[in-house]
Design a protein around this ligand. Structure first.
Ligand code: FES
Length: 141
């Protein structure tokens, strides 16, 4: 698999990323660590961290929704397991119901946009090791 950025286990340092008390179960938030947007999620009391840029077209996953351990991208609805970073559902790029009722120029634009988006491959997400110390959530970057 091709990845833009590869991080090896035991590489990097743990950085103070968030407070346990600020992230209740089922919540997620984005933090910037060393210039990288990282999504931190609380899955039933377990904290997970992964890059906060969708493996499809870089939308911020933290602006999507978290359901259990599955985050859904707000842009084309690809889904990822936040505990592993694995893609579990491809993006939705099909035409939508009622598109034929839109003005012709808008329909042409959407058809063009679909041609651009369809061939884009969706990658698994890079995860980051997490450690909890007291009220601190530390993420290895
Ligand atoms: S950018 Fe996330 S699904 Fe397309």
């Amino acid at each position: 698999m091709v990845r833009v950025r590869q991080i090896m286990k035991d590489e990097g340092e743990f950085l103070d990323a968030a407070k346990v008390s600020d992230l209740e179960k089922g919540a997620m938030r984005s933090v910037e660590l060393k210039g990288i947007y990282v999504l931190i999620a609380n899955v039933d009391g377990r904290f997970c961290a992964l890059d906060d840029r969708c493996g499809h077209m870089n939308a911020l996953l933290s602006m999507g929704t978290l359901n259990g351990k599955i985050v859904t991208c707000p842009f084309h609805y690809a889904q990822f397991d936040v505990t592993t970073g694995q893609k579990v559902k491809d993006p939705v790029t099909e035409s939508f119901k009622g598109m034929d009722k839109l003005p012709e120029e808008m329909q042409k634009f959407l058809i063009f946009a679909k041609k651009l988006v369809d061939p884009v491959k969706t990658y698994d997400m890079q995860t980051h090791e997490v450690r909890v110390e007291g009220n601190k959530i530390l993420v290895r970057i």
